[in-house]
Design a protein around this ligand. Sequence first.
Ligand SMILES: [Fe+2]
Length: 265
Amino acid sequence: MEQTQLDKFRIWFDDYVAGFYGGDETVNANIKLKDDHSHRTCKEMLYLAGELGLDENQKLISETIALLHDVGRFEQFVKYRMYSDAQSVDHCLLGLEVLEKNQVLDEIELQEKLLIQKAIEYHGRKELPPGLDGQCLLLSKLIRDADKLDAYYVVMKYYKQYRENPQNFKLGLELPDEPGYSAGVVNELMSGRCVDNRKVRKLNDLKLSLLGWVYDVNFTSALKRIKQCGYLEKLLVFLPIDEDTEKIREKILGYVNFRIEHDGK
Ligand SMILES: [Fe+2]
């Protein structure tokens, strides 16, 4: 891949997204959320690519994946007014359709186009499909980590805004903000597992499930970044303090520290 091709993708992306902004404030806020997320994910991706010592071509492909991974989100929100794939459409597959329809990736080598498509397709799945290897596995793991890094940044920012000014909060929380949390969520985290989305019933469950993402982080470099930014501690501030959440704090922070000390990159 060439730098000029990535430059073209950026121009196409900005132009494509610009078409979704209009007179509806709620739509604009949600489009901006994913617009900004896509650009910031590029930065997280480059950070990880640098830490892992990827070559220039791999970096260009990685950044393209990061820029385009959520390209399906815009049409998804405008059509369904939500980001829940379960209740609307698989935004990863929708993104691939958008790219095909607009012939965005047609100028790059077929092998590289396939790698980009696969990484986009798999980025939102609960788990990567078995049997992936080589570049496809590497790039699919990278986008999942880069996406999580920026998602932590985003939720922290929005939880803060929501706490400070709940009346003016324009982005749908999609879950009831009730006291307490579900016992099933605690059990999953204490067993070292990511929380199954079906167990997430209220906002606090969602916050807890975000702590559990660390179990699904592929690269220690991403865990180091999560630690440096203090995302887990910041998330814990938005949760009730009790015996369960104290245990979870110990378990999650202990897990991250263990991997940072014992794993490679
Ligand atoms: Fe996504």
